[in-house]
Design a protein around this ligand. Structure first.
Ligand SMILES: Cc1cc2nc3c(=O)[nH]c(=O)nc-3n(C[C@H](O)[C@H](O)[C@H](O)COP(=O)(O)O)c2cc1C
Length: 329
């Protein structure tokens, strides 16, 4: 059981905030495999004020999408305060703060991971959130800007601000998404804090999930790239935590069914044209590593209707069966 504020989650497996990815269809799909808490992609506090169509879409939820958290990005107390006021009209269960994004355009404006260089400011932003928010506040950090020397200090300041849990990506800003995860740095944070610490970084398999728990003692895991085209990973980890067994990935027939469910969720939410475009990158992820799937990927970009996409999914299925369901990697 993972407790965050008043929320009690039956499993310690959380779906990560993923910019451009963690929309409502993605969250709904992943919940079917056992993610008990999910997040929006990061939302810039200032963009809340303009309430663009895109931002409003990011804030949409549905009855089957709870509990869920909204992640804000900001480096300005006024913007943040206004954004929290504006969120008063929305339903959500956790408010998360992004101090982890390494993107140049974000960090150059002093937001995201740039706040790791200014722990005092990070603390004051979090204090404001805790003061104004009606739901539990959490924060997501990396272990540092270019090394992990300040990791524990940053984490303690976040805890002192009154947050209910801390998400820690075990890489520095300089690493981006490459290079090894620093398990020891996450462990040091876990050992120093009394609030739950949820670890992030290379949760790509059951084995790596176990490694993260074993080496850091963390309270939960954040699933990110590992579930792209592989949403059943959460179910595999969940089963492993329960019984110690590693269950097989679904059969090709079941993968095809999952792909069609995902496609339809995407079309329902975005409409046929945009839904297909959004699903295309998932088609590539679902078919990654399967022998014979490569030529299909070129066709995906030209697909314009649901039926065309279904035809491609079926072609993928036939190729897999002919290749004896061979996954190369
Ligand atoms: C495409 C992409 C988008 C991401 N967007 C966000 C985001 O909006 N907010 C955030 O806190 N982290 C974001 N992350 C970081 C992930 O939540 C996660 O911490 C990171 O990918 C490390 O986990 P992994 O190695 O298991 O993928 C993003 C990562 C990727 C690959």
């Amino acid at each position: 059981m993972l407790k965050i504020g008043t929320l009690s989650l039956p499993d310690p497996l959380v779906l990560a905030p993923l910019a451009g990815i963690s929309s409502l269809p993605f969250r709904i799909l992943n919940r079917q495999f056992g993610c008990t808490l999910a997040f929006s992609e990061m939302i810039c506090a200032r963009s809340m004020v303009y309430a663009s169509k895109r931002t409003k879409k990011m804030l949409r939820t549905a009855p089957g999408d709870r509990p869920w958290g909204i992640q804000l990005l900001s480096n300005d107390l006024d913007d943040l305060a206004k954004a929290i006021d504006l969120l008063g009209g929305y339903e959500f269960d956790i408010l998360d703060f992004n101090a982890a994004c390494p993107q140049k355009k974000v960090a150059a404006r002093g937001k995201g991971a740039a706040l790791l260089k200014d722990p005092k400011k990070l603390q004051s932003l979090l204090e404001l959130m805790v003061k104004k928010s009606e739901v539990a506040v959490t924060a997501k950090i990396r272990i540092g800007w270019d090394d992990s020397r300040s990791a524990v200090d940053i984490a303690l300041r976040a805890q002192d601000a009154g947050i209910s849990a801390l998400f820690v990506h075990g890489r520095t800003k300089e690493q981006g998404y490459r290079g090894g995860v620093d398990y020891l740095a996450i462990k040091k944070i876990k050992d120093a804090l009394s609030i739950p610490v949820i670890a992030s970084g290379d949760i790509l398999s059951v084995k790596l999930a176990k490694k993260m728990f074993d080496e850091t003692g963390c309270d939960g895991l954040l699933l990110a790239r590992g579930v792209l085209g592989n949403p059943w990973l959460t179910g595999q980890i969940k089963e492993f935590l329960k019984s110690g067994e590693i269950i097989n990935r679904p059969s090709i027939d079941d993968i095809v069914k999952i792909m069609i469910v995902h496609l339809d969720l995407s079309i329902d939410f975005y409409g046929e044209r945009s839904g297909i475009i959004k699903f295309s990158k998932f088609f590539i992820w679902y078919t990654r590593g399967f022998a014979g799937a490569k030529p299909l990927r070129a066709k995906v970009a030209k697909t314009k209707s649901r039926q065309n996409m279904i035809d491609l999914i079926e072609e993928f299925s036939c190729k897999c069966i002919n290749c004896n369901f061979l996954k190369i990697c």
